[in-house]
Design a protein around this ligand. Structure first.
Ligand code: CP
Ligand code: NVA
Length: 306
């Protein structure tokens, strides 16, 4: 029976912790120039409806390091759902490849792909979720702080796909999560309700950045305008004007608070150059860990499907 990696909410705490352990081991193996090649003979199809630097390079590099191959399908190559149906694409790809990673606009397309594919599908970002990013973020926090349980992460900005996946992870891994966003930019209500019902940590939606960062172990931000929302960028710039992560805001968090961003960053917009490039920033560690966390996900899914 194949399993997908579409949402952190589909995985138990034990599974998530085990993926994070595997990611740490794969990282150590790569650094020591050792490690198995469990994906020899396997191919990953990479469907991208949106641009990418980190997701594309880390999946391509990761599968290669594990002994496998990849096929990149750019937005114009298959025109998901336009040239042919999502279901037909899923059925065809399943006859040739062993894993699929997709970056879609609609989350419904992601679910449809997974429903009709007989091979595992990994969510490389949809409008609703970005689970691979948050696995790498948790790996980074674990490395930097030595634990996840009981930490407080303050996210300043839009209640977007990264935030939704963060809420899933926080609820499962015992991380207190606070979002400070303008009114009208809250996260998905279903994600929030589920996390509050099932999670052991506190999930707070606030509107004042200073309150959110008080005592936080990490400050996280992301772009104010996500891919696909470009037409709203002017309105969003105005709405988020008071939500920039700068040195004054950082000073209100714990002294050793980490600065996190999934990247790409817009210096001078959601974060100042001084902070994103400063000594408390771990943004490149997060980017690096995309490689290791996703390798752990691929190995697990391929193993469970064999
Ligand atoms: N953080 C992230 O997913 O980056 P890319 O959009 O470059 O893949
Ligand atoms: N929220 C951003 C994340 C980019 C990695 C977007 O969806 O564009």
């Amino acid at each position: 029976m194949k399993r997908d990696f579409l949402s952190i909410a589909d995985h138990s705490r034990a599974e998530l912790e085990s993926i994070l352990d595997d990611a740490a081991r794969l990282k150590a193996d790569l650094r020591a120039k050792r490690g198995d090649r469990p994906l020899v003979g396997k191919t990953l199809a990479m469907i991208f409806e949106k641009p990418s630097l980190r997701t594309r390079v880390t999946f391509e590099t990761g599968v290669k390091q594990l002994g496998g191959a990849s096929v990149y399908l750019a937005p114009n190559d298959i025109q998901l759902g336009a040239r042919e149906t999502v279901a037909d694409i899923a059925r065809n790809l399943s006859r040739w490849v062993d894993l699929i990673v997709a970056r879609t606009f609609s989350h419904a397309s992601m679910l449809e792909l997974a429903e009709h594919a007989t091979v595992p599908v990994i969510n490389g970002l949809s409008d609703l979720l970005h689970p691979c990013q948050v696995m790498a973020d948790c790996q980074t926090l674990q490395e930097q702080k030595g634990r996840l349980d009981g930490l407080t992460v303050a996210f300043i900005g839009d209640g977007n796909n990264v935030v939704n996946s963060w809420i899933h992870a926080a609820a499962r891994l015992g991380i207190h999560f606070r979002l400070a966003c303008p009114k009208g930019y809250e996260p998905d209500p279903g994600v929030l309700a589920e996390a509050r019902e099932t999670g052991s940590s506190t999930i707070e939606i606030l509107h004042d950045p200073a309150t959110a960062v008080d005592g936080a172990d990490a400050l996280y931000t992301d772009v104010w305008t996500s891919m696909g929302q470009e037409a709203e960028s002017q309105i969003r710039r105005a709405a988020f004007a008071g939500y920039r992560v700068d040195a004054a805001l950082l000073a209100k968090a714990k002294k050793d608070a980490l600065v996190m961003h999934c990247l790409p960053a817009h210096r001078g917009e959601e974060i100042t150059g001084e902070v994103v490039d400063g000594p408390q920033s771990v943004v490149l560690e997060q980017a690096e860990n995309r490689l290791h966390a996703q390798k752990a996900v691929m190995v697990r899914l391929a193993g469970e499907t064999d």
